[in-house]
Each structure stands twice: as C-alpha cells, then as structure tokens.
Ligand binder design. Structure first.
Ligand code: 6GU
Length: 230
C-alpha cells in the first residue's frame, strides 16, 4: 500500500509515523508512507498557500492552485489513487468500518486541512472522501491524518504479531474490549478475577463476552443500540 500525505506542516507527521507498529510495517515494506510539503508546489518567493476568503470573515483559506498542482503531479506519478481523502472537522465521522475499507486499498492520498479550510472547488473536484475524527476541533488535519494512517496500517496483513491480533480489538465487533490482567495475581491486595486463573477456557470466553457487553452498555450506549438493530 502507498499512502501519500500532503500538508503544510510535514514536521507534525514525522514522529507519530515512525514508531511501533507503523515503523515496523514501513521497514517490512507493507506500506510506503510519503509526507509531502504542499509549499513545494506553491509559486513566488513567498510560496503562498493560503489567502483571505471572499465575502469576508476571519481565517485564511487554502488556495486551490498549489493543491491542484500537487495532486495532479502526484496522481500522474502514482497513475491515480483509489481515494483522495481530505481531513476536516466537517467531514463524515471516521470509524473502524472506514479504517477497514481504507486498508483494502492500494494507493491513497490524504490532504491535511489547515487554516479556515480549503477552497470549496478543491473539495468539489479533487477530493473523494472528507473525514473528521470526532466532534471537536483540532488546529490542523495532520493529527487526524496520523490517526487514519495508524488505524489503517495496523490492519495490513503482517503488520501485527499474533499477540496483537486486530480481530480482538474494541470496535471490530462493535463491542468494547473486556478488561485484561497480567501478573502478579494479587497486587496491593487487588486481585485478578478468579475466573481468569481457573483454566476453564469456555467459562473465560463467556466471562469476557459478558464484560464486553456490560462495558459497552454502560460506556457506549450508542454502540449498543446500533448492535441491537443490526
Ligand atoms: Cl480531520 N481536522 C481538524 N482540524 N479538526 C478535527 C478533525 C479534522 N477531526 C476532528 N476535529
């Protein structure tokens, strides 16, 4: 898989994409991730990428020309993308389903939103998916892009070891994960539930499912209701 990320702040993306599972996936060539500076496609000595908005109002808007030039150049180089994603708080809310879908693709481009947003013509003509990572506002789309890349890369075949299986992640079945414990069996007088020490695998799986259901109902009633309808 190839993931290209277009941004005015490439520095933000370096560290989150160079550790742990994503780092290992890159080293094993499961994914190629390229962070591209949008300013490299801007003209003039100022390399301007944003401007005041028509109609007035606070905040700068990302200009269409540098984005168009960048996306067209990259499209040619890659012979097209499966999706061109724009990270923006007014996009559709990201979830595990969308992560699963993105992980099946060969080539994606992520344009990170910044300033007040991007010129609507970019969104109308160049972007295929607009993604928000939740109902709160970030200073830019870079951290959202890092979230998307991390959640996608860990799903690529071979990215996780056996001990990290994605199938048991929270959300993969719309249930939150059950609690987990490690040694010691008693710490500070706080005990690991007896059932987990029982050796009865069938009873343990039943207990884990009960715990998942209880947690989901209590913490995420919205997820639980969705599950009930399906
Ligand atoms: Cl994708 N971008 C920004 N700037 N803020 C966000 C977001 C994205 N998702 C949630 N908040």
């Amino acid at each position: 898989m190839i993931i290209d990320i277009l941004t005015v702040v490439p520095e933000i993306l370096n560290s989150p994409l160079n550790y742990s599972i994503v780092k290992r996936a890159r080293e094993n060539n499961l994914v190629e991730i390229n962070v591209i500076n949008l300013r490299d496609f801007a003209k003039g000595s100022y390399r301007q990428v944003d401007d005041y908005q028509y109609g007035g109002g606070a905040g700068m808007v990302m200009m269409p020309e540098p984005i168009y030039r960048a996306i067209e150049t990259l499209k040619q180089k890659r012979q097209g993308y499966d999706e061109i994603i724009f990270t923006t708080p007014d996009g559709e809310t990201y979830n595990q389903q969308t992560a699963n879908y993105f992980s099946t693709l060969d080539k994606i481009l992520i344009l990170c939103g910044h300033y007040k947003g991007v010129d609507q013509r970019v969104r109308d003509h160049l972007i295929t998916r607009e993604i928000s990572i939740g109902d709160y506002v970030l200073s830019g789309g870079e951290l959202a892009a890092a979230v998307i890349v991390d959640s996608v890369v860990r799903l690529l075949p071979g990215a996780l070891g056996n001990s990290e299986s994605a199938l048991t992640d929270s959300f993969q079945d719309n249930l939150l994960s059950p609690p987990v414990y490690t040694r010691p069996a008693e710490f500070n007088g706080w005990k690991v539930p007896d059932i987990l020490l029982s050796g009865n695998q069938k009873a343990i799986e039943e207990w884990r499912l009960e715990q998942s259901i209880e947690r989901t109902k209590r913490i995420r009633p919205d997820l639980w209701e969705k599950l009930d309808l399906d």
